[in-house]
Write a protein of this length. Structure first.
Length: 462
């Protein structure tokens, strides 16, 4: 009987599109099913025919609810996948919000392109809201740290990874082999989530590890956020923070409340302009109120009767009209809006309005992928193309890495060092230079043999 194989259908030599197919005899298990994001040549993979027959996949294991890990699921279901999607409770809840938002944005874009573009210039619609509703019926929430049988003689255990609420790394036992998928690995420094569990002590045959920050170590202390806020307030203008709706917005609000309460930063109005963040906030508040296993016990105890995410002058802008009002507000304020890389969403309109004013400040608080407006700002661009207009960058731009929820090279190597020498290690979910740097570190510091897999290539698990 042959060994299991693993085929890398995404996140190979790039950060996004996590999709890993494990096959043993007639059993096929897909780990994550994300969308490709970033530069056009990468995002275009979403429009390509899925490399295998979707109906042949028996089960899907989902590590967490970020779009680059779950965003392709409705397309998979639309094209024939009928199996169960196993994940945690909060990943299921957050994925529902993320996927509905994704479908809504695609349908909006399609309506725009129908009016503005010729037929041969229009993009394809991966899925719509009906497809999302169908996919959601196939989700099944499971308990963390509980070994379950997902297919005959195929066992899976989900362990907390400390990345976002509900996020996990996964141990998959199939065909006599054990495969560990890190998903996106947290850092242990999250303000209200526990850090990742240590890897299980049993023999691991293959490790599939992320490498987002595999070529660097986080240097920015959390105090830098307060420093940048105080500098921005002193400039007299307003502050724009592009932030992802899931976890990053909640982290920023949590820290703003702490800084305002401690009077380390002047208390000014804070606006959340992200409908998705508004919905996800509900889950984070609930998790803290209930003291779920993800949440640090001291945080749960400290906020039994107060809102940990309200800095005191918080207003959530739900409608488009409310969002537009922000561009006319003269009072100094902080605007937190998605998306975190400024590739789309309401934040692009705020950038268009705020960038030309040198009294304003944009604070970047997370990873900025190649081809994103966020990376262009980070690298000192003097102008940005937004809504078919060139917008001058006169506002100050600051970069604060302390909010990153991805482990850096040192943290990944330290965590992986708890695994007894695995037979194989595959490095995924990173730009090529990050993957190469982590490969060097694993081979040099741990003595492991590491491989950077090629897209769509199949490898035997030995």
């Amino acid at each position: 009987m042959s060994n299991p194989t693993i085929q890398f259908l995404g996140a190979a030599e790039t950060v996004t599109g996590s999709r890993f197919l494990v096959t043993y005899n007639n059993q096929k298990i897909l780990v994550d099913c994300g969308m490709f994001q970033g530069e056009p040549e990468i995002a275009s993979h979403n429009d390509e025919k899925f490399p295998i027959d979707e109906s042949s996949i028996n089960a899907l294991l989902l590590t967490h609810a970020h779009l680059d890990h779950c965003g392709y699921i409705p397309a998979l279901v639309k094209n024939g996948f009928t199996g169960t999607i196993f994940t945690t409770h909060y990943t299921e809840l957050i994925a529902e919000v993320v996927l509905r938002d994704s479908a809504h944005l695609q349908m909006q874009r399609a309506e725009f392109e129908d009016v503005k573009l010729k037929a041969d210039e229009r993009g394809s619609l991966l899925y719509n809201e009906v497809d999302v509703e169908k996919a959601l019926k196939q989700f099944k929430a499971v308990e963390i740290r509980e070994r379950i049988e997902v297919l005959p003689d195929v066992f899976v255990t989900f362990y907390p990874s400390g990345h976002i609420l509900g996020a996990t790394f996964i141990l998959l036992e199939i065909g006599g082999k054990s495969l560990l998928f890190t998903g996106d690995m947290g850092r242990g420094s999250h303000p209200f989530l526990y850090g990742p569990d240590l890897p299980p002590s049993q023999k691991i045959d293959a490790v599939i590890t992320e490498s987002t920050y595999g070529d660097r170590e986080h240097q920015t202390p959390i105090s830098d956020f307060a420093d940048e806020l105080n500098k921005a307030i002193a400039r007299g203008g307003s502050i724009l923070i592009p932030a992802f709706a899931v976890d990053r917005t909640e982290e920023i609000l949590f820290e703003l409340r702490r800084l305002f309460d401690a009077r380390a930063v002047k208390s000014i109005p804070v606006y959340i302009d992200s409908p998705m963040a508004e919905k996800v906030l509900v889950f984070y508040k609930e998790a803290i109120e209930q003291g779920t296993p993800d949440i640090k016990s001291d945080v749960a105890e400290a906020f039994t009767s107060s809102d940990p995410f309200d800095p005191g002058k918080l207003r959530i802008m739900t409608t488009v009209d409310e969002s537009k009002l922000l561009n006319d507000i003269s009072e100094q304020s902080i605007v937190i809006s998605a998306s975190g890389m400024a590739t789309g969403g309401r934040v692009t309109y705020h950038l268009e309005s705020m960038l030309p004013d040198p009294s304003n400040t944009v604070i970047l608080v997370g990873f900025q992928a190649k081809g994103s407006r966020g990376l262009a700002l980070q690298q000192g661009a003097e102008k940005l193309r937004i809504h078919n207009n060139w917008v001058p960058v006169k506002a100050a731009v600051a970069n604060v890495e302390s909010f990153s929820v991805h482990a850096d090279r040192k943290e990944i190597v330290s965590w992986l060092s708890h695994i007894a020498n695995p037979t194989q290690t595959f490095i995924v979910h990173g730009e090529r230079e990050s993957q190469e740097a982590l490969k060097t570190a694993l081979e040099g510091e741990l003595g492991w043999k590491a491989t950077i897999p090629e897209l769509e290539k199949t490898y035997e698990v030995r």
